[in-house]
Design a protein around this ligand. Structure first.
Ligand SMILES: C[S@@+](CC[C@H](N)C(=O)[O-])C[C@H]1O[C@@H](n2cnc3c(N)ncnc32)[C@H](O)[C@@H]1O
Length: 267
């Protein structure tokens, strides 16, 4: 690839990242509602599970990247039971803005801090956290490996990177029914509800977005590496002992990898 091609490639990635950011900004008002509705309220238990299996100890510092409205950060903070600190980062300002009242309502302002940041350029020193985690976010990061490497960089040696993400169910019959729902029914419900949330006055409209978030969702999941594919990506990004936990017939999976001691890291 020559320099000219590389610049074009970078520009394309930047444009894609901008479109994805705009897309999330456009659904922020209905994001939590649709999460609960479209997952039949399973989403909360998936996040709780991810926090639980991460094996965090009291007084732990956790980073939740692509935190959105902060639900995974809240699950971790509850598990820490008033100790430690959870930092939630996201590049979409509106997502964080909608998450803040949830933190305040639970009196967790001192225990959860939000910061506007791109997962590809985290504003933290190396080895700053015990755990870096992400729920349904890494799939949207335009450079998956660079995102995982950033998550690895900011955890201390022997710390963990925990990824909760949609995956593809393995049972043949369940898979067929699920894909019918996921690719045909879910986008229609998502579109109807997110469109109806758009205010009528043009000056109040959310940013225009060429993607429809709930059509993009199944496409992005189908294009994402499968369970073993993600495991090997994590290994390639310098994580070891990657463990996989499936939930709800394999609709979602939690991957946990450990950052090796400093001397054995190969970048
Ligand atoms: C599907 S939402 C997940 C939100 C939350 N983690 C949850 O469990 O509901 C994906 C989030 O990733 C964020 N995101 C995508 N790419 C990002 C990036 N490169 N840096 C920071 N945030 C990003 C979006 O703004 C959005 O809030």
């Amino acid at each position: 690839m020559n320099t000219k091609d590389r610049v074009t490639q970078e520009e394309l990635l930047e444009k894609r990242a901008e479109s994805i950011k705009t897309m999330f900004g456009s659904i922020v008002k209905v994001y939590d509602l649709l999460n609960a509705l479209l997952s039949l309220n399973f989403d909360k238990s998936w996040r709780k599970f991810a926090a639980r299996v991460s094996g965090i100890k009291p007084d732990t510092k956790v980073l939740d990247v692509c935190t959105g409205t902060g639900d995974l950060a809240i699950s971790y903070s509850k598990l820490l039971n008033g100790k430690g600190l959870v930092v939630g980062s996201d590049y979409c300002h509106d997502m964080l803005r909608y998450g803040l009242p949830k933190i305040k309502k639970r009196h967790l302002e001192d225990k959860i801090k939000f910061i506007e940041a791109d997962t590809l350029h985290l504003p933290f020193n190396d080895d700053s956290f015990e755990v870096s985690t992400v729920a349904f976010g890494i799939r949207n990061v335009v450079d998956l490996e660079a995102g995982i490497k950033e998550m690895r960089r900011v955890v201390r040696p022997n710390g963990r990177v925990v990824i909760l993400e949609f995956s593809q169910p393995t049972n043949f019959l369940f898979r067929r029914i699920y894909f019918l729902y996921f690719t045909k029914i879910l986008p229609v419900i998502g579109k109807l509800i997110s469109r109806s949330s758009v205010p009528r006055e043009p000056r109040l409209s959310p940013p225009r977005c060429k993607f429809d978030a709930y059509t993009y969702l199944p496409h992005s999941v189908l294009a994402f590496p499968d369970k073993l594919g993600l495991k090997s990506k994590m290994e390639k990004c310098g994580l070891k002992d990657v463990k996989i936990f499936e939930r709800t017939f394999g609709i979602v999976t939690v991957h946990i990898g450990e950052k090796p001691p400093a001397s054995s890291i190969v970048s």
